[in-house]
Write a protein that binds this ligand. Structure first.
Ligand code: UDP
Length: 322
């Protein structure tokens, strides 16, 4: 069995590559590395079942021979990143999705699209159930991501209806774990990096907005179960344990044991006030639910951040020494 994973050098994509290789699949990973990193897949490079193609999937995806599944994960996903790369984000969520779907159609194989809780925008219902259509600002700063993903969902359903492609759509809620970039700008990397380097933790707004954080191994397990299922309509995968951002910042501070200050900064425009997945569908359909408790997941992520930060320090020390 052979899978194409777009965005395979990113945070989620690289964990997906690991799990597919582990399952005995051959994996071809496409990534243009604008937000992904070769370091995330370095350990797979010597594996004969793994191949990396440094390529922008918005331009083209070319691959000879049979393919059994296309998993489309390429996209900047942190608000900071998609604000930095607005056009690239729109392109990969439109042209990239088109190229990935065309590949699945040509190879007559299954297609899974990484969608997002951002499809619900700043939701007026909570928890968010898959049948909710969302509340999205189509011209705001976050629209480059939200609308690209909504377009991707529409295109995926169209390929299913018009061409009979076997499609899956996963709506991914906030996820965390090893291989998040130290400086990707999201809440957890920022909080961990700040606390570990003795800087104040920056909470945006009053910190009363909520998120629900899912550990990466739980998320990947849910995605693979969806891939194996027969469900064509979107399925939420995320952890329904909702927490305010201020409380989250306090939890991270406690965990690091560094008594740094918490400071408040302006809330970015259109920042969703609440986000919590209704996972009844995933529970029933896939027999899936998250297992990793926040405390446990945070500890595993902290260990990764400590290691990476020590490596960064060693690198800058040796550069200074040269
Ligand atoms: N956030 C924060 N401080 C930071 C980074 C993010 O308070 O340094 C807030 C952000 O405003 C949002 C929440 O944390 O309300 C989650 O932000 P993130 O960028 O992780 O992802 P989002 O869920 O907004 O896509």
């Amino acid at each position: 069995m052979r899978a194409v994973i777009t965005g395979g050098a990113g945070f989620l994509g690289s964990h997906l590559c690991d799990q597919m290789v582990e399952r005995g699949w051959e994996v071809v990973c496409f990534d243009n590395l604008i937000t992904g990193a070769e370091a995330n897949i370095q350990h797979l490079m010597k594996n004969p079942r793994f191949r990396f193609a440094h390529q922008d999937v918005s331009q083209s995806i070319e691959i000879s021979g049979p393919v059994d599944a296309v998993l489309h994960f390429a996209s900047p996903a942190s608000p900071d990143d998609y604000l930095k790369f607005p056009i690239e984000t729109l392109k990969v969520g439109s042209l990239g999705t088109l190229n990935a779907l065309e590949l699945a159609r040509a190879k007559k194989c299954r297609f899974l699209m990484a969608s997002t809780s951002e499809c619900y925008g700043d939701p007026e219902v909570s928890p968010q159930v898959e049948t909710y259509w969302g509340h999205v600002n189509s011209i705001g700063p976050r629209s480059v991501y939200d609308e690209a993903k909504r377009f991707s969902e529409a295109l995926t359903m169209a390929y299913h209806r018009a061409h009979g492609v076997e499609t899956r759509i996963v709506r991914i809620f906030n996820t965390y774990g090893p291989r998040m970039r130290l400086n990707d700008g999201r809440a957890l990397p920022n909080f961990l990096y700040q606390a570990l380097s003795g800087q104040p933790i920056t909470v945006y707004g009053d910190g009363k907005q909520t998120r629900s954080f899912c550990y990466v191994s739980d998320l990947i397990e849910g995605i693979l179960r969806l891939l194996d299922s027969q469900e064509r309509l979107p399925v939420n995968i995320g952890n329904p344990q909702e927490i305010t951002i201020l409380e989250f910042a306090e939890r991270v501070r406690e965990l690091t044991g560094n008594g740094v200050q918490i400071v408040f900064r302006p809330l970015p425009q259109d920042d969703p006030k609440r986000r919590c997945p209704d996972i009844a569908k995933a529970r029933k359909l896939l027999g899936w639910e998250p297992r990793v408790e926040l405390q446990e997941g945070l500890k595993l992520t902290l260990a990764y951040f400590e290691k990476r930060m020590a490596e960064e320090r060693a690198k800058s020390g040796s550069q200074r020494g040269n």
